[in-house]
Design a protein. Structure first.
Lengths: 413, 287
């Protein structure tokens, strides 16, 4: 009997342990199943003229998500991608739909000042965190700043300062300048920011032309500029127009007629489209370039190249770094509460970034990073097929608090 | 240099620009003039021509081959488009417009599918890099080549239409297609040829413009507007009108940038509006 009791006891213990194990597994499985996904909204331009760089922004996010196996705080990350169509109304509508449907608390947008401005209004209204990875308008971290908005990329005033001041300090031979300005918000903003710097640096402005957006022939403007015989051709033209302008600057032999030509803001994809011949000897302001010599950039470029088989655009690195910073912060404070994440980012803790140590400034949420001037290399000096650029100078000059009208009005988070 | 001293240079530049505009618009005007079809796919044909130039140059290392390859391929595409349009004969013209617009969108998406959304660089052929020095000013070699090449194309088209038997048949077919058919001429084959020719001209324009404006999927839509302006100003369907329209638009645009740069964006449209008010059929149009 005792033996039988002992056997029953052993069976009981065995069954109990088994049940416990099953129960524990069941609980953990049930727990996992009930875990709410972490929704992240990527607003990228995936159609129209900017679809190329827009896709790079999307790919940058994918690299950041794959690095952590699409998980944050042990929760699965659901990456929602929406096409901005480069239209503010589409951006606003799609962002609102995703926020209302999925309860998105974090989103990324950029590529186009108007897109950035539309997105920050949604973030302000819905009290969700916006990471802007590529819009240049000074208003985003200026007049229209929001405590819910952060921006990785340099703003126009910073670009004008950083593109011009270190460059002109090195180029004392430049005494006269001719300005070509794209006649829309970005170009006008750049000119407004650049003109006083050019004058302060002692350059005489021989002429300025405001060129309509969508111009496909710059010949008459270039002939005018050529006739003025400037030392320096300063070309505030962006996007598809920049590609055509740069090609025609080359075609009209402007490099031989001037001492320097500078496009203060360009992008990787644009430079690839301009082509090696037209880039040679021309200066370009860049947020980042894939041969930039730091460990962070090398690691990212290698990973991106392996994954997507193309060199990353500055859109890609901006999106990658912006998302990485957000997810790292969430992990660090062990909470995805928007308010807590904002407060943590406002501690201005420098982190490794694509251009060195970077941090978001507390009072305007502008990322403090380097901006660079690169020069198109002679194709004979390329070490690999896409080795278009060599670094000339860089810097990190931003508006001071006195210069910047940003005053957060939405502190009550 | 004094602003008035610059005027001849800007007129010359306007002529060069006008020749490029003529080249872009000629395919559109040929198809409309001969067949009465407003081909909204014209811009897409131009873009595909540019992509063919890019691909041909990439694989052969020779840009000039694309001057033959692109028009040939686009001739075939044009014939295909015409066969689709034939099924809409006898219905309202708006259906033709819708079809050609739809084809333009399809071609654009196919272009993106094959070559991607990111534009492609195409360098100016080595022989025409740099500029000629004219003493008073220098001017890019490639643009001088474009002027000469376009002038040659214009002459060949003019000669073919006005001085050959084929040209006579086409002109007759335009005037009265039933009469031409009744004398035993296959009018359908004739129109197929014209449509193919118009499409190949669009492709050729794409090839020649690619080194100076780049190659990207939406380039067709950008030039469609200026093509229509040239055709409307010169006269719908008029070959000589396309030349005159192209030159006038080029010169006006160039001089406007010299004297009133702020008006550069609207001047050509204002001029077109003026022409439509004063002479609705266009400067040399008969319709």
């Amino acid at each position: 009997m005792k033996g039988r009791e002992k056997n029953l006891k052993e069976i009981f213990i065995f069954v109990a342990i088994g049940l416990c194990l099953i129960g524990t597994t069941g609980i953990s499985t049930g727990f996992a199943a009930e875990q709410k996904p972490f929704y992240f909204l990527g607003l990228h331009c995936l159609s129209g003229n900017f679809a190329g760089p827009g896709e790079h922004g999307n790919r940058g996010c994918i690299v950041a998500l794959e690095e952590r196996s699409y998980k944050v705080l042990g929760r699965p990350i659901e990456y929602l991608v929406r096409d901005t169509e480069l239209k503010p109304e589409a951006t606003t509508r799609k962002a609102r739909e995703a926020i209302e449907k999925y309860g998105v608390k974090y989103m990324m947008a950029g590529l186009g000042s108007h897109i950035g401005l539309a997105a920050i209004e949604v973030a302000r209204d819905k009290k969700i965190l916006l990471m802007n990875h590529s819009s240049g308008s000074s208003e985003i971290t200026g007049e229209k700043c929001s405590r819910f908005g952060f921006r990785w990329t340099n703003d126009n005033s910073s670009i004008a300062k950083t593109a011009l001041i270190p460059f002109l300090k090195e180029r004392k031979d430049l005494k006269t300048v001719y300005c070509l300005v794209q006649d829309y918000a970005w170009g006008q903003d750049m000119y407004k920011n650049s003109k006083p710097i050019l004058e302060q640096m002692g350059l005489k402005i021989l002429g300025t032309d405001f060129i309509p957006v969508g111009t496909t022939d710059f010949s008459s403007y270039l002939l005018k500029a050529k006739a003025a015989k400037p030392d320096f051709l300063y070309t505030m033209i962006y996007g598809g127009d920049q590609i055509i302008a740069a090609k025609q600057v080359y075609e009209f032999g402007m490099r031989k007629n001037t001492k320097a030509i500078l496009f203060p803001w360009s992008g990787t994809t644009m430079i690839h489209e301009i082509g090696p011949e037209a880039c040679e000897g021309v200066y370009f302001g860049l947020q980042w370039w894939y041969t930039y010599d730091n460990e962070y950039s090398k690691k990212f470029t290698k990973r991106f190249l392996e994954k997507h088989k193309v060199y990353p655009d500055n859109e890609a690195i901006g999106a990658y770094h912006g998302l990485k910073v957000l997810l790292d912060t969430i992990e660090k404070i062990k909470s995805d509460d928007v308010k807590q994440v904002i407060l943590e980012l406002e501690k201005e803790t420098p982190v490794d970034g694509p251009t060195g140590k970077e941090f978001f400034r507390k009072w305007d949420h502008q990322n403090i990073k380097q901006f660079f001037i690169y020069k198109g290399k002679n194709p004979k000096d390329y070490k690999f097929q896409e080795d278009y650029m060599e670094l000339v100078t860089g810097g990190s000059l931003y508006r001071t608090r006195e210069e910047n009208p940003c005053r957060f009005k939405d502190w009550d988070i | 240099m004094d602003i008035l001293e610059s005027v001849p240079i800007f007129i010359f530049n306007g002529i060069a620009l006008g020749m490029i505009y003529f080249l872009i618009a000629i395919g559109l005007t040929i198809i409309f003039g001969m067949m009465g079809v407003i081909n909204f796919a014209h811009g897409a044909l131009y873009a595909v021509g540019a992509y063919i130039a890019y691909t041909t140059t990439l694989y052969t290392g020779n840009f000039w081959i694309s001057l033959a390859v692109a028009p040939l391929i686009m001739f075939g595409v044009g014939i295909g488009e015409y066969f689709l349009l034939r099924s809409l004969y006898g219905v309202e013209a708006v259906y033709q417009l819708l079809l050609t617009f739809g084809l333009a969108l399809i071609m654009q998406e196919v272009t993106i599918f094959i070559w991607g959304t990111v534009g492609k660089p195409l360098a100016i052929p080595a022989i025409f890099r740099g500029a000629y020095d004219f003493g008073l000013f220098t001017y890019p070699k490639y643009r001088i080549f474009l002027i000469a090449f376009t002038a040659a194309i214009a002459f060949i088209i003019w000669f073919s239409i006005t001085r050959t038997k084929l040209g006579a048949m086409i002109r007759a077919g335009t005037e009265d297609s039933e009469m031409v058919s009744s004398v035993g001429i296959n009018i359908s084959r004739l129109f197929t040829l014209v449509f193919g020719l118009g499409a190949s001209m669009a492709g050729l324009a794409g090839v020649l413009a690619a080194p100076i404006v780049g190659v990207e999927p939406f380039m067709g839509m950008n030039i469609l507007i200026i093509s229509f302006v040239v055709v409307v100003v010169g006269g719908l369907g008029s070959f000589a009108g396309a030349i005159l329209g192209g030159l006038l638009i080029g010169i006006i645009q160039s001089l406007c940038i010299l004297f009133f740069p702020a008006a550069a964006a609207v001047i050509v449209f204002a001029f077109m509006a003026l022409i439509l008010i004063v002479k609705p059929q266009g400067l040399l149009g008969q319709i």
